[in-house]
Design a protein around this ligand. Structure first.
Ligand code: HPA
Ligand code: ZN
Length: 335
């Protein structure tokens, strides 16, 4: 089963590029940019990655992002992530970045997007991995600040497929951003939002109704509202679930308690994703293995996570057909 999972073609739809910054690269960037880090080695930094909830993680995550300064830094960060994708047989990935985390400390939006985009082009040319970029608004900041960020996104609409919503869910419901999402959709951008990770099921309903999202990020608290689960099944609304993240941030006590397999079997369009792999202890293969080790699953069911992700992705119908065939061929070869 481990070999099957390792070789299975995978599609990632929920990955914060700043959350793929491994301690080793963080130390290298800090040295390059003359930044002090209050840890004496990558190992001691990694040992500090113990979180009790989303906010305790976000505090450390924003601190880590401070090491990113130049276009080359963003290139190196993204390239390192794409090499991990290659190792895990990730064939397509849709990458989040948090523009305000960088523009608020004086780094140009252009510096960030150009570094990420150049690595993605090399990822396509040298590794054969297709990818898209989604810019996320930080929900602990104002809608006015999100509107300013949307303006920058529109200046790079040739490179950015959509906008998302992340950061602290508690106290910052979808409603706070309904105008900026409405404008983003008018401009032709696709939309996603984190909802129902730490926040209530109502946030999932509001993300769908008030923000008009194409996918819900996390969404695991949907089970608290049976009619919502029915609605997700009927509308085929995808959920980008992040199993290891949910354990690290104490959304579930352990992987056996996680509801992703129950949701899959009910017919919800759930997918497996790594969220912030440098902080949560694993990339795509690790997440698949963690779910499969805690729940008895068939190969067909595991492959369904990839099929769901292909269907939920922001690629052309032609490429979706090609990728689905790749998964079917892989399954057939294994049987
Ligand atoms: N939730 C909310 N905001 C985030 C996350 C997350 O899991 N990761 C990075 N920013
Ligand atoms: Zn996330």
């Amino acid at each position: 089963m481990n070999a099957f999972i390792q070789g299975l073609p995978k599609v990632e739809l929920h990955l914060h590029i700043e959350g793929s910054l491994e301690p080793e690269l963080l130390f290298e960037l800090a040295k390059r940019n003359n930044i002090d880090i209050p840890y004496d080695s990558p190992e001691t930094l990694r040992r500090a990655y113990e979180f009790e909830d989303l906010q305790s993680f976000l505090d450390i995550y924003y601190q880590g992002a401070n090491a990113l300064r130049t276009e080359q830094d963003f290139y190196d960060l993204t390239w390192a992530y794409l090499e991990r994708c290659k190792a895990d047989n990730v064939i397509h990935t849709e990458i989040f970045f948090d523009p305000q985390t960088h523009t608020d400390r004086g780094i140009d939006f252009d510096t960030v997007i150009n570094g990420i985009y150049r690595a993605m082009q090399d990822g396509h040319d040298k590794l054969g991995i297709t990818s898209q970029i989604i810019a996320c608004f930080l929900r602990h900041l104002s809608e006015e600040s999100a509107f300013e960020t949307l303006q920058s996104v529109l200046n790079h609409q040739d490179k950015i497929i959509g906008v998302g919503l992340d950061s602290s869910e508690q106290g910052h419901p979808p409603e706070k951003f309904k105008h900026v999402f409405q404008q983003a959709k008018v401009e032709g951008l696709l939309t996603v939002a984190h909802a129902g990770e730490e926040g209530p099921a109502q946030n999932i309903i509001d993300a769908i109704e008030m923000l008009g999202v194409n996918r819900v990020d996390h969404g695991v608290r949907c089970v608290e509202d049976a009619s919502l689960v029915e609605r997700l099944i009927e509308s085929k609304m995808p959920l980008t679930v992040c199993p290891l993240s949910n354990i690290k941030l104490c959304v579930f006590d352990n992987m056996a308690q996680h509801n992703i397999v129950e949701l899959l079997r009910k017919g919800v369009a759930v997918t497996i994703n790594s969220d912030d792999p440098a902080y949560f202890g694993g990339y795509m293969t690790d997440n698949f293995l963690a779910v499969s080790n805690a729940h008895s699953m068939s190969k067909q069911e595991l492959a369904q996570f990839t099929i769901n992700a292909i269907n939920a992705s922001f690629i052309s119908d032609g490429l979706k057909t090609e990728y689905r065939a790749q998964v079917e061929d892989y399954l057939t070869a294994y049987q």
